[in-house]
Design a protein around this ligand. Structure first.
Ligand SMILES: *Cc1c(COP(=O)(O)O)cnc(C)c1O
Length: 786
């Protein structure tokens, strides 16, 4: 039946038929077929939600990945379509591979937004996402001579079957240098095994007029389209920074652009149902600010209420505060967003005026509460000509949450201590989660089918805490052997894919030791690299050394302007070149840096992992979600007590994971007197390893990258003290933990049991749990039966 529809779209969209169509065309026609199948449910969901309180997720990033497989799965059509297509000699898998990832995010923060949308739709909760429809998502990465190179991600080049342009719902966003049209593109968010279809609405920036006709007639073509180009620049490209803010005026434009368009829409819709009873606004909309990127929403809603609806400042303030809530994603100082007041004054003068008024009101409140001048200066929103977005966010919302228990505790007793003292009731924890639909059911069908079989009538795809019941099998040899066979199968699949796209052969019998995440110093890919060199030198000294063969797999993009992160990529690629070409070691060691790590690649990597690398400096990783994806696929963690790792080992058992390194308090205790040079001098092997950065062992092509890495460890560089991330300090305990992994991996059943216990403990890390907490504790929304 669906095939008939596919044929129809092949004909109308491409003038072709199933015999002649390319895979790309069949992918597109099948996607259109899914869109037409869900159209009625989508409309009904919208109608049902219009009479109830709704939550809105404002986010500059949504890292959605591919849609086809996920939607077919959520509609429970996957297996049928796969079978029907295969009779026609098409592989559904191959069609899925034709889809470009929607890479409209950098990493964890954007992927979290995507998991949240999936969970809310599955739970029939009225949550809709609002963001930016970037023409170009996160850059594509490839390596040339081991260096990262970037190219534009033209993800829309073959069209986008998953979105609908809603011209008639366009908004106008006003900047001091001209008005911009914001046109919404809606993508359906299909809930799993339910009829709810929520919406991701992404705004595209366009000029009010397509081009200047008079200039065109005068043959001044460049000038005729100049305005168009300047307008479209706003939604042209995603900023590829992760964990580091760049105060660029175009980024400010992006932020205000999508926030203003979204809020104008909400206020207009509100007026249709509630007239001018704006005090009811927070009872109709709960708006979550995903990090500080959309925090300009606070003064923008006030502007609309004050300037366009004639409310008083005080009333507008109360309405805003009750409407918004803020999620903090980082404690890295360099990532805390601040804006120079000059940019705001120039581009958004009225918004700046309102922020000044908010700041004045805050200062008055603190004075009234008896705060000292110095305390007030430390906390105020506008300080040294900079606007502190996190402070505006805490003051201007009713809830501030961290994203893992440890992270929230650090916010409360260190980073935001004064704020916690002022507003203790506003602080909450919401430990992150991931959707088990994409990250287990879709990515690892073999393991999913096994779990389904063992759990009998459990609907674990909707109730992940059911995984706990698998503990009954933790000593069942047949079950554990079956698990190992599945792991092996996924490793073989990954090896085949890596052979195809990277041209490198890896051995599925070796330990797949995987670190995949954005490249950042605090995530310490360099520590991993040093440990590999340690093994390399061990093997060079003693080629007969008995170690279990290992394949170290990395995947990571570095922000294009982050020189040191790019140096770490080059360093790992140089290690790979040396290790992989040295016959003394390459039967036991292999290193692969996969290119262009992204959601669709991640779906192949997590199920195939034997070891999950979560080795950030304690206190630096707010939560992590990659750690949860590994765990769910039966992979023990080697990691520090950081972010959600703490809760992961609580759930899965310390004995089933490999925890090492300094804890947050220990780092606090030693950091003032930390002497990395002394650490190095007392450890000849570590010294040998670190010296490879400067002794000519590796060639950085004259870029100075390796010397920079060396200096960062031993002399301090830029704003850092030396070895700011305690790589040298944690080296020994990391090596010891890795030795334990090598020892434990040999007992296959005991190892399988560790893997299994990680699956059993993964229930807490479903984003369904997280979303229920947001819905109950912050948004106060209820499920709606469509
Ligand atoms: C899950 C995910 C991340 C986040 O990984 P962390 O290890 O939590 O930093 C980043 N990128 C992609 C593509 C992901 O799927």
């Amino acid at each position: 039946m669906m095939i008939e529809s596919v044929k129809g779209f092949l004909k109308s969209e491409f003038g072709t038929n199933l015999d002649k169509a390319t895979e790309q065309e069949v992918y597109y026609a099948l996607s259109k077929t899914v869109m037409s199948q869900i159209a009625d449910q989508w409309r009904k969901t919208k109608e049902a939600q219009s009479t109830q309180k709704q939550a809105v997720y404002l986010s500059a990033e949504f890292l959605m990945g591919r849609a086809l497989g996920n939607n077919l799965m959520n509609l429970k059509l996957y297996k049928d379509i796969e079978a029907e297509l295969s009779e026609l000699k098409f592989s559904l898998n191959a069609l899925e591979e034709r889809e470009e990832d929607a890479g409209l995010g950098n990493g964890g923060l954007g992927r979290l937004a995507a998991c949240f949308l999936d969970s809310a739709a599955t739970l029939d909760l009225p949550l809709n996402g609002y963001g930016i429809r970037y023409d170009y998502g996160i850059f594509k990465q490839y390596f040339k001579d081991g260096f990262q190179k970037e190219t534009a991600d033209h993800w829309l080049k073959n069209g986008d079957p998953w979105s609908i342009r809603r011209e008639n719902e366009a908004q106008i966003v006003r900047f001091s240098d001209g008005d911009i049209k914001a046109v919404p593109y809606d993508t359906p968010i299909v809930g799993y095994d339910t009829s709810t279809v929520n919406t991701l609405r992404l705004w595209k920036a366009e000029p009010l007029e397509p081009f200047d006709f008079e200039l065109f007639n005068d043959q001044e073509y460049d000038e005729a389209v100049e305005k168009k180009n300047r307008a479209e620049d706003i939604s042209r490209v995603l900023y590829p920074n992760d964990s580091e803010e760049k105060g660029k005026i175009l980024r400010l434009k992006q932020q205000y652009f999508f926030v203003s368009a979204s809020l104008q829409e909400l206020v207009a819709k509100f007026k249709k149902t509630h007239g001018k009873h704006f005090d009811k606004f927070p009872e109709v909309y709960a708006v979550q600010l995903n990090d500080t990127h959309p925090v300009v929403a606070i003064p923008e809603l006030m502007r609309i209420l004050i300037d366009e609806e004639n409310l008083s400042f005080k009333r507008a303030w109360e309405i805003s505060r009750k409407t918004f809530a803020y999620t903090n994603h980082t404690i890295l100082q360099e990532a805390l967003e601040k804006w120079w007041v000059g940019f705001y004054k120039e581009l958004l003068p009225r918004i700046y005026e309102l922020i000044e008024k908010i700041d004045k009101q805050f200062v008055a409140e603190l004075k009234h509460a008896g705060y000292e001048k110095a305390q007030i200066e430390a906390m105020r929103i506008i300080k040294d000509n900079m606007i502190h977005m996190a402070y505006l966010a805490i003051y201007g919302t009713h809830a501030t949450n961290g994203v893992a228990a440890l992270h929230t505790e650090i916010l409360k007793d260190q980073e935001l201590k004064e704020w916690y003292a002022l507003y203790p009731q506003r602080f909450q924890n919401k430990t992150n989660g991931i959707t088990q639909r994409r990250w287990l059911k879709l990515a690892n069908r073999e393991l999913s089918d096994m779990i389904t079989e063992l759990l009998g009538n459990s609907n674990w795809a909707k109730e992940l805490s059911d995984l706990r019941k698998l503990e009954d099998y933790k000593s069942d040899e047949a079950v554990l052997n079956r698990f190992l066979a599945i792991k092996k199968a996924k490793k073989i699949e990954l090896a085949e894919y890596i052979k195809e796209v990277e041209g490198i052969e890896i051995d599925p019998n070796s330990i797949f030791d995987i670190q995949i995440k954005r490249l950042h110093e605090y995530k310490r890919q360099l520590l991993n690299a040093f440990q590999i060199l340690n093994l390399y030198f061990d093997l060079k000294e003693n080629p007969k050394l008995d170690i279990v063969p290992r394949t170290f797999i990395f995947g990571a993009k570095a922000a294009p302007g982050y020189f040191r992160a790019k140096g770490i990529i080059k360093f790992i690629n140089e290690i790979a070149r040396k290790v992989n070409n040295d016959p003394d070691v390459n039967a036991k060691l292999k290193v692969v840096f996969v290119s262009n790590y992204r959601v669709s690649y991640a779906e192949k990597l997590f199920p195939a992992a034997d070891l999950s690398e979560q080795i950030s400096t304690a206190g630096k990783e707010a939560s992590g979600t990659g750690n949860m994806k590994f765990m769910l696929n039966g992979t023990p963690t080697i990691g520090t007590l950081d972010g959600a790792n703490v809760e992961i080992v609580e759930e899965a058992g310390l004995e089933n994971n490999y925890i090492f390194g300094l804890k947050v308090e220990e780092i606090e205790a030693i950091k003032e007197s930390y002497d990395p040079v002394a650490v190095l001098e007392s450890n000849p092997r570590l010294k040998q390893i670190v010296e490879t950065l400067i002794d000519g062992t590796f060639d950085d092509g004259g870029t100075g990258m390796f010397k920079d890495l060396y200096d960062a460890l031993l002399e301090g560089a830029t704003w850092h003290t030396a070895d700011n991330y305690f790589v040298l300090q944690d080296f020994d305990s990391y090596v010891a933990a890795q030795k334990q992994v090598d020892a434990d991996y040999r007992d296959r059943l005991a190892w399988a049991q560790k893997c299994w216990m990680n699956i059993c403990g993964a229930g807490k890390f479903s984003s369904d749990r997280t979303i229920k907490e947001y819905a109950n504790d912050i948004w106060h929304i209820n499920r709606i039966d469509v």
